[in-house]
Design a protein around this ligand. Sequence first.
Ligand SMILES: [Zn+2]
Length: 140
Amino acid sequence: MKTLESYLRDHKLLKHAIRVATVELGHTEKSVLEILRAYRMKPCTSAKFLGRVNYRTKTFYISAHEFQEGEQVEVILHELAHVYAGEFMHERGHGRAWKDMCELLGSEGTRTSEDAKWLEAALKFKHTRAPNHSWRRKGR
Ligand SMILES: [Zn+2]
Protein backbone atom coordinates (compact mmCIF):
# COMPACT_ATOMS: atom_id res chain seq x y z
CA MET A 1 0.00 0.00 0.00
CA LYS A 2 1.15 3.51 -0.81
CA THR A 3 2.17 5.87 1.95
CA LEU A 4 0.58 9.29 2.18
CA GLU A 5 4.01 10.71 1.36
CA SER A 6 4.24 8.97 -2.01
CA TYR A 7 0.56 9.60 -2.74
CA LEU A 8 1.05 13.34 -2.22
CA ARG A 9 4.19 13.22 -4.35
CA ASP A 10 2.21 11.56 -7.16
CA HIS A 11 -0.25 14.45 -7.03
CA LYS A 12 2.49 17.09 -6.84
CA LEU A 13 1.30 18.13 -3.39
CA LEU A 14 4.17 16.84 -1.24
CA LYS A 15 6.35 19.95 -1.30
CA HIS A 16 3.32 22.10 -0.58
CA ALA A 17 2.28 19.85 2.33
CA ILE A 18 5.79 19.94 3.83
CA ARG A 19 6.13 23.69 3.34
CA VAL A 20 2.87 24.41 5.17
CA ALA A 21 3.84 22.19 8.12
CA THR A 22 7.39 23.53 8.39
CA VAL A 23 7.24 27.20 7.35
CA GLU A 24 3.70 27.99 8.52
CA LEU A 25 3.40 25.69 11.53
CA GLY A 26 7.04 25.43 12.63
CA HIS A 27 7.37 21.65 12.61
CA THR A 28 10.60 19.99 11.50
CA GLU A 29 10.66 18.33 8.11
CA LYS A 30 11.64 15.08 9.84
CA SER A 31 8.55 15.08 12.06
CA VAL A 32 6.26 15.92 9.14
CA LEU A 33 7.70 13.12 7.02
CA GLU A 34 7.27 10.71 9.92
CA ILE A 35 3.54 11.47 9.91
CA LEU A 36 3.20 11.34 6.12
CA ARG A 37 5.01 7.99 6.07
CA ALA A 38 2.91 6.55 8.88
CA TYR A 39 -0.33 7.06 6.96
CA ARG A 40 -1.31 4.64 4.20
CA MET A 41 -3.40 5.70 1.27
CA LYS A 42 -6.30 3.46 0.40
CA PRO A 43 -8.78 4.03 -2.44
CA CYS A 44 -12.37 3.61 -1.35
CA THR A 45 -15.50 2.88 -3.34
CA SER A 46 -18.13 4.05 -0.87
CA ALA A 47 -20.86 6.21 -2.31
CA LYS A 48 -21.14 7.92 1.06
CA PHE A 49 -17.89 9.85 1.12
CA LEU A 50 -15.15 11.05 -1.21
CA GLY A 51 -12.43 11.01 1.39
CA ARG A 52 -11.91 10.00 4.99
CA VAL A 53 -9.16 9.71 7.58
CA ASN A 54 -8.90 6.96 10.17
CA TYR A 55 -6.56 8.16 12.93
CA ARG A 56 -6.45 4.82 14.71
CA THR A 57 -5.33 2.75 11.73
CA LYS A 58 -3.61 5.78 10.12
CA THR A 59 -5.41 5.27 6.86
CA PHE A 60 -6.05 8.01 4.33
CA TYR A 61 -8.99 7.14 2.10
CA ILE A 62 -9.69 8.86 -1.19
CA SER A 63 -12.53 7.83 -3.46
CA ALA A 64 -11.55 5.57 -6.32
CA HIS A 65 -14.32 7.11 -8.43
CA GLU A 66 -13.73 9.60 -11.16
CA PHE A 67 -13.46 13.19 -10.04
CA GLN A 68 -14.51 16.36 -11.75
CA GLU A 69 -11.51 18.42 -12.73
CA GLY A 70 -9.80 19.98 -9.74
CA GLU A 71 -12.05 18.25 -7.25
CA GLN A 72 -9.65 15.48 -6.38
CA VAL A 73 -7.06 18.02 -5.21
CA GLU A 74 -9.75 19.67 -3.09
CA VAL A 75 -10.64 16.32 -1.50
CA ILE A 76 -6.98 15.45 -0.88
CA LEU A 77 -6.32 18.82 0.80
CA HIS A 78 -9.52 18.50 2.84
CA GLU A 79 -8.36 15.13 4.18
CA LEU A 80 -4.78 16.30 4.65
CA ALA A 81 -6.18 19.14 6.79
CA HIS A 82 -7.79 16.42 8.96
CA VAL A 83 -4.43 14.62 9.28
CA TYR A 84 -2.66 17.84 10.32
CA ALA A 85 -5.45 18.98 12.68
CA GLY A 86 -5.52 15.52 14.27
CA GLU A 87 -1.79 14.96 14.52
CA PHE A 88 -0.67 18.49 15.42
CA MET A 89 -3.69 19.83 17.34
CA HIS A 90 -5.46 16.63 18.40
CA GLU A 91 -8.67 17.87 16.89
CA ARG A 92 -11.08 15.67 14.98
CA GLY A 93 -13.93 16.75 12.79
CA HIS A 94 -14.53 20.06 11.10
CA GLY A 95 -13.53 22.38 13.92
CA ARG A 96 -11.36 25.45 14.26
CA ALA A 97 -8.00 23.64 13.81
CA TRP A 98 -9.24 21.88 10.69
CA LYS A 99 -10.51 25.16 9.22
CA ASP A 100 -7.16 26.83 9.94
CA MET A 101 -5.37 23.93 8.23
CA CYS A 102 -7.66 24.24 5.22
CA GLU A 103 -6.80 27.89 4.94
CA LEU A 104 -3.06 27.22 5.10
CA LEU A 105 -3.29 24.34 2.64
CA GLY A 106 -5.47 26.30 0.25
CA SER A 107 -8.49 24.07 0.50
CA GLU A 108 -11.87 25.75 0.31
CA GLY A 109 -12.74 23.97 3.52
CA THR A 110 -16.37 23.90 2.65
CA ARG A 111 -16.80 20.65 0.83
CA THR A 112 -17.40 18.06 3.46
CA SER A 113 -19.31 14.84 3.29
CA GLU A 114 -21.90 16.64 5.40
CA ASP A 115 -22.32 19.00 2.52
CA ALA A 116 -24.93 16.72 1.00
CA LYS A 117 -25.61 18.88 -2.02
CA TRP A 118 -22.03 18.81 -3.17
CA LEU A 119 -21.65 15.09 -2.60
CA GLU A 120 -24.87 14.45 -4.46
CA ALA A 121 -23.68 16.55 -7.40
CA ALA A 122 -20.28 14.86 -7.41
CA LEU A 123 -21.80 11.40 -7.41
CA LYS A 124 -24.34 12.39 -10.05
CA PHE A 125 -21.48 13.57 -12.23
CA LYS A 126 -19.73 10.23 -11.87
CA HIS A 127 -22.94 8.44 -12.66
CA THR A 128 -23.37 10.52 -15.80
CA ARG A 129 -19.79 10.06 -16.87
CA ALA A 130 -19.67 6.33 -16.30
CA PRO A 131 -23.21 4.92 -16.24
CA ASN A 132 -21.95 1.36 -15.97
CA HIS A 133 -19.69 2.14 -13.09
CA SER A 134 -21.32 0.70 -10.01
CA TRP A 135 -20.59 3.42 -7.51
CA ARG A 136 -23.97 2.80 -5.96
CA ARG A 137 -23.91 0.27 -3.18
CA LYS A 138 -26.23 -2.70 -3.43
CA GLY A 139 -29.57 -2.08 -1.85
CA ARG A 140 -29.29 1.68 -2.02
ZN1 LIG B 1 -13.91 16.26 6.54
